[in-house]
Design a protein around this ligand. Sequence first.
Ligand code: ASP
Length: 299
Amino acid sequence: MKLRHVTSARQFDIKTLQDLFAFTDKIKSGKYNNKALSGKIMATLFYQPSTRTRFSFESAILKLGGSTISSENAAEFSSAIKGETMQDTIRIVDSYADVIVIRHPQSGITDLAASYSKVPVINAGDGVGEHPTQALLDLYTIFEKKKTKEFTIAICGDHAHYRPHHSLSYLLSLYPKIKIIYVSPKRLSMPKELREHLKKKKIHFVETEDFTSSIKEADVIYQGRIPKEYLGAQYKKYLGKFILDKRALSSIKKNAIIMHPLPRVNEITPDVDSDPRAIYFEEARNGLYVRMALLLSIL
Ligand code: ASP
């Protein structure tokens, strides 16, 4: 599959992931040392905050010889504040850049952007929708660590609003031997569309509020932030429901891995960081290599 716009994790197939991850391995091991993107310009338009995603995308293109033009606070410092539409913004930025990376609070907006853009558009998080490149680096990390496509993963937090859970689920649904345990308060269970997708794909999944027994059963524990920005006054009610702390470590599998797309608030306490099963910082580092591979594949 030739990659162009990347707006949803739903667009990937197993072969494309295999190729992308093989390429990522090569980059990570230092065997790919080529300024192949020299002369290419990446625009990053971020209407919501970011640390890892924007920096790793920018670092990725710089390492490959390209350059970047960036609006880290596009909501305030681009013409959006004057009322310019995304359609018009894209019709301008696509003449200045070879690829456009967008983070925006509105779900689905990168599809709209892609339909107007002459250059590839990458979704770096669209509201409560998706975060496909986060899912790519998550899945890459899982396969790198577990070395199998047959495992149980407990995804914990807010499945209604937290976009990394949506995109990761879509990628996981390509692999029929994976079991997914969705841990959340009932009110924060997954969107209907995702549930239907999993059923259609015949994925073995369960939905529960039982954090303690789920993490015991899991080979991969994937914690997520409770996103304050979408929950308003409800936020406090859910904050602190599922905390993985040092005490919990004695109950989980010896070879489990603990992941988090970050930033964390209190879902994983800092005293867990030194446990060898805690791999979230490595996971974030993989974001650089996966995004390098992705930019090379697209451009
Ligand atoms: N950095 C991720 C995102 O933008 C996760 C988060 O915000 O908590 O979706």
